[in-house]
Design a protein around this ligand. Structure first.
Ligand SMILES: Nc1ncnc2c1ncn2[C@@H]1O[C@H](COP(=O)(O)OP(=O)(O)OP(=O)(O)O)[C@@H](O)[C@H]1O
Ligand SMILES: [Mg+2]
Length: 255
């Protein structure tokens, strides 16, 4: 299957996407969304609105019925991922940070964890070593290199999860609550890192409740509500200054 990203084609096109885990209770309702190349897109919304579900679908971890989700112009379906070339190309291009780092981390040491992605992609050994060292230094976690990921603190796990995708150097980052649990220094690093990704012509989709992160890095924002729908789309300036919208999406308190 050809897997070409033409210039100026949307990275993702989501059309009237609905999704339910049990076939009855909706997790997503009639979602229309576009992700443009080289933008930083934030998805914000209340607990349970469907942000994580949407990101997992964009990562090809769950599949909706029909042809409602396209990545790089190709329909994301279970069948498409059975094609080894498609699967390999997609996994090379798209990196995912899970909301829950415990789901992401499974290797015996931090070093192995960060090396795993490039190893799977067949990156040459010396290049893997240098990518891992660079990621350890960039995230300031070199001292954790021999630790077992499952024994780390929540914030340390998040940094290792980020490093394990940094070493992959994907074109598209899907980040589910990337700043959750980070201390101010790491959160500040994250903001700089995300901005640098867009400057390096990468695309970043973030799901977050952290409006300071949205304000600092996002080019565009979608807002979701408790009914699992997109209720607004716009620039961070417009969205973040719309108090009644933020209240509706549980992103600020009506006091
Ligand atoms: N594995 C699952 N099985 C069944 N239902 C699920 C599962 N994961 C999520 N849901 C349901 O799907 C809906 C959307 O959940 P999702 O995790 O996508 O929301 P979210 O916007 O990421 O929330 P949060 O802000 O709390 O992370 C919720 O109603 C949730 O209860
Ligand atoms: Mg979530």
């Amino acid at each position: 299957m050809a897997f070409e990203l033409a210039e100026n084609q949307p990275v993702y096109e989501v059309t009237n996407l609905g999704f339910s885990y049990d076939g009855q209770t909706p997790a997503l309702e009639a979602i229309d969304m576009i992700v443009h190349p080289h933008e930083i897109l934030a998805i914000v919304g209340s607990n349970g609105s469907g942000k994580s579900t949407l990101l997992k679908i964009l990562d090809g971890l769950y599949f909706p019925t029909g042809d409602t989700v396209k990545a790089f112009g190709q329909i994301l379906s279970e069948q498409a991922f059975r094609d080894d070339v498609f699967n390999f190309e997609f996994r090379k291009r798209v990196g995912f940070i899970f909301q829950d780092s415990d789901v992401q981390l499974f290797m015996p040491s931090v070093w192995d964890e960060i090396a795993f992605g490039p190893l799977q992609l067949g990156v040459e050994k010396q290049e893997i070593v240098s990518r891992v060292e660079r990621a350890l230094n960039e995230l300031n976690i070199a001292k954790l290199r021999d630790r077992a990921p499952h024994q780390l603190s929540g914030g340390e796990k998040k940094l290792v999860a980020l490093a394990s995708v940094v070493s992959l150097a994907p074109e598209v980052w899907l980040m589910d609550e990337p700043s959750a649990g980070l201390d101010p220094r790491s959160a500040s690093w994250l903001k700089g890192f995300i901005s640098a990704q867009a400057q390096a012509k990468k695309t970043v989709v973030i799901s977050t409740h952290d409006l300071s992160l949205v304000e600092a890095v996002a080019n565009r924002v979608y807002v979701m509500d408790e009914n699992h729908r997109v209720i607004a789309e716009g620039s961070p300036e417009v969205i973040l200054s719309d108090r009644s919208l933020l209240i509706q999406a549980n992103l600020c308190v009506n006091k």
